[in-house]
Design a binder for this molecule. Structure first.
Ligand code: NAD
Length: 247
């Protein structure tokens, strides 16, 4: 498949996990890819691995100025911006009385504010080329709750409804906006849970498919949603969780 030939894609959180798998996927399908992340080492290595039509831009997505520079860099390097995958994210455990104000703000800033920042900075460039596609990484934790994970639950819930609202606002401009709600995916963000055999098994026990998802399985959905194959999809929240929330 060559669905993104001559197109340019920005992926936040692109150095690791779902973002890295997506950078490989979009690039393999012909896209010029800008990997945006805080992690220089992994981001640079991935851009080098992909070679031509790939670059790493160190970006803190929680800082609007840096996000503006990111989108400008993509357009300067590749002439246009067609797809934004807002995927960077962090989690934070703690019951509300124990959660610091700083922790709460950090999670909301990276998981929710940054999605708005990315869209705000990217949409003018998409308008300039007659349309585009935005994909946001939400989570099944955005529509159901987890124990001691309130900031993340709140942020991802925000991403889900922001996605729907933004889709309506820009539907007539040929800018489609969708989100993916992954279940447990085998990446660095959950490495701690996976490293404890009992916790690892507990997750596998509750997932009807009996296993963690792989980042490539989410990357395939991101590429689908960003492609013309999803041309009549906007405001959709696509769940990929091995059946976990089907109960
Ligand atoms: P990951 O930790 O492998 O990747 C997250 C990336 O985001 C990292 O490369 C990290 O450096 C980057 N990042 C963090 N803060 C940043 C910031 N301020 N600016 C720029 N980059 C930043 O984890 P992942 O599982 O691939 O996570 C990707 C997305 O998927 C996140 O939004 C996460 O919430 C979501 N998600 C993950 C799971 C799962 O089980 N892995 C489930 C549901 C949703």
């Amino acid at each position: 498949m060559n669905r993104f030939k001559a197109k340019s894609v920005v992926i936040t959180g692109g150095a690791s996990g779902i973002g890295a798998a997506s950078a490989r996927r979009f690039h393999a399908e012909g896209a010029a890819v800008v990997i945006a992340d805080l992690n220089d080492e992994l981001g640079t290595a991935l851009a080098n691995e992909l070679g031509e039509r790939a670059l790493f831009q160190k970006t803190n997505v929680a800082e609007y100025d840096q996000v503006e520079v990111l989108m400008g860099t993509a357009v300067e390097a590749f002439g246009r911006l067609d797809v934004l995958f807002n995927n960077a994210g962090i989690g934070c455990f703690g019951l509300t009385p124990d959660l610091s104000v700083e922790d709460w703000r950090r999670v909301i800033a990276i998981d929710l504010d940054a999605v708005f920042f990315g869209c705000k900075a990217a949409i003018p460039y998409m308008r300039a080329v007659g349309g585009g596609a935005i994909v946001n990484t939400a989570s099944i934790s955005g529509s159901g709750a987890d124990y001691a994970f309130t900031a993340y639950n709140a942020a991802k819930g925000g991403v889900i409804n922001y996605t729907r609202a933004l889709a309506i606002d820009h539907a007539r401009e040929n800018i489609r906006v969708n989100a993916i709600s992954p279940g447990p995916i085998s990446t660095a963000i959950i490495a701690q849970a996976k490293s404890v055999p009992a916790a690892d098994q507990a997750w596998c026990d509750v997932v009807p498919m009996g296993r963690w998802g792989e980042p490539e399985e989410i990357a395939a959905i991101a590429a689908f949603l960003a492609s013309d194959d999803a041309s009549y999809m906007t405001g959709s929240i696509v769940t990929a969780d091995g059946g976990l929330t089907a109960h």
